[in-house]
Design a protein around this ligand. Structure first.
Ligand SMILES: [Zn+2]
Ligand SMILES: [Zn+2]
Length: 154
């Protein structure tokens, strides 16, 4: 069962942040997010592609996140700076969570009714395989640029 309900919350900076509720495929885990950035990111890194079978389309969800059914959330410690969470009953990928800041990135597909979504950034552009490409015009960062830019978070 998938439950999604979206209303707009006040503007943060120049970006209209969204809020939404959703659940995993089986409904064991329910998630409520207060501040979703509609400018979503795509990650082409190898870990994301192995994890999900393709690039990871993620919305930044900050730390204002409530999770019900936490006992069903299985965490995988995927790197020194982040963990990946999924439902242990149905396998739905739920989040990528930064250890240092506690910030969540969640699959955009978990939230079917978000308004104003815009692909704004492609991470690990140098690890993007040559069997697909997007026509969206976005910013891009290579692994080296990411490591330099996010040095304080990793
Ligand atoms: Zn589930
Ligand atoms: Zn990645």
């Amino acid at each position: 069962m998938l439950v999604a309900d979206v209303i707009c919350s006040p503007v943060k900076g120049s970006i209209l942040m969204l809020n939404s509720e959703t659940s995993c495929l089986c409904g064991s885990v329910k998630i409520k997010v207060e501040e979703i950035n509609p400018k979503f990111t795509v990650c082409h890194c190898e870990a994301c592609r192995v994890w999900g079978g393709g690039p990871f389309f993620a919305v930044q969800c900050g730390t204002n996140v409530k999770i019900k059914g936490n006992e069903k959330v299985k965490m995988y410690d995927s790197s020194s700076w982040a963990s990946r969470g999924f439902c242990s009953d149905c396998g739905t990928h739920l989040f990528f969570k930064f250890k240092k800041t506690g910030e969540y990135n969640m699959p955009v597909g978990l939230f079917p009714n978000l308004k104003g979504l815009e692909m704004s950034m492609q991470y690990f552009s140098d690890q993007r395989p040559n069997y697909y490409c997007f026509s969206n015009e976005t910013k891009e960062m290579t692994k080296a640029e990411i490591m330099a830019h996010f040095a304080s978070q990793i």
